[in-house]
Write a protein that binds this ligand. Sequence first.
Ligand SMILES: [Zn+2]
Length: 428
Amino acid sequence: MSIKAFRFQLRLKPGTERALRRFAGSCRWVWNAAIGEQQRRREAGEQFTGYAAMCQWLTAWRHAPATAWLAEAPIHPLQQTLRRLEAAYQRFFAGQGGYPRFKRRGQEPGLRFPDPKQFALDPANARVKLPKLGWQRIRLSQSVVGELRNATVTRERGHWFLSLQVELPDVLPAAGLAPTLGIDLGVALFAATSDDQQIEPLQALERQQRRLKRYQRAVSRKVKGSRNRRKAVDRLGRLHARIAAQRSDWLHQLSTRLADAHPVIAIEDLQVAAMSASAAGTVDAPGQRVRQKAGLNRAILDQGWAEFRRQLEYKCAARGGAVVAVNPAYTSQKCRQCGHVSADNRRTQSVFACVACGHAENADTNAAKNILAAGLAVWAEGPPACGAAVSRAQPARARRAAAKKQEPAEATCSGPVPGTSAVGIPCL
Ligand SMILES: [Zn+2]
């Protein structure tokens, strides 16, 4: 069984929103009151009180006249708050976390409904039924599959969201599959595929850069601690969130489309973390071309290669396929027609022109086709889903073998030394 999450925006009427805020505020009150009670007991020399006993405090609070308003909120999220508090205490006792802290206004925990009996989903009418709130409309941006496990309602930057967790049966790798698509990741193009698609990057950040700068300036001009600064910070935060949402939506649509059409995909094993590592270098070895690299880094992060690959991996796996990572060495310099490898094949950034056979095409498409061929070779060597273990068990040997495999028979190559960037992990 595997767990999958769905997240939808709630479309609330103002009255409902006020009620939800009150419920979230009640959870925060319970969290803080329970910490206060634990502290009082500790100072009195008593032992830590566990979840079950804390729930009895909650019952007492809900019946006490002074805090009877707690009874207006649904009981399960309040109990879940105590469950989370207990987990925070257990982490503290195990030395894995700090002492649980009081939550301030604005730090309300989400409302968690731990049992599918407590809520109902009506996809046909795009609505969800929540305790004490009744039916609420949601932006049902995709269809929910699987068996509902729990629901959480959270507030983010003025919007309320419903997160659903579902349980899905594991998909067994389908037999007889092989890579049918190679993807080359780039900067000028976000990606080029072996079936001649050229995917332009979503320059969400680029496009909104000017507005972002203006909002940032507005924040820095306001007096610290002032109400206007608070407003400007909120506005900047909303813009950041909007950019992130646009980027996430774009990336998800792209990865879903590719995984739907191609359950097994070959992709170059760029070490995104290494590539976007600090260009400034260290004191002993200062980096070169810092500004250019900084720009490239931002472009890489802006386009979210690592996130793209993560999405492809789980979406392909959910379709019984896999992502095959191939050694990226020479994929951009090798002619896919005759196999000639030379830096001269790449006279310009965008055009590939083989100096041996004259084959010419878009450089990124040529690379994507090489990646597909390399993926097929890796696939033929053995079953996937062994990758991490194999690469950990024998990293040096795998790396050397992979580097060798990419070398042409004659010493005609004038490409970069492999080894340094070559990874050669057979599969994932
Ligand atoms: Zn050629």
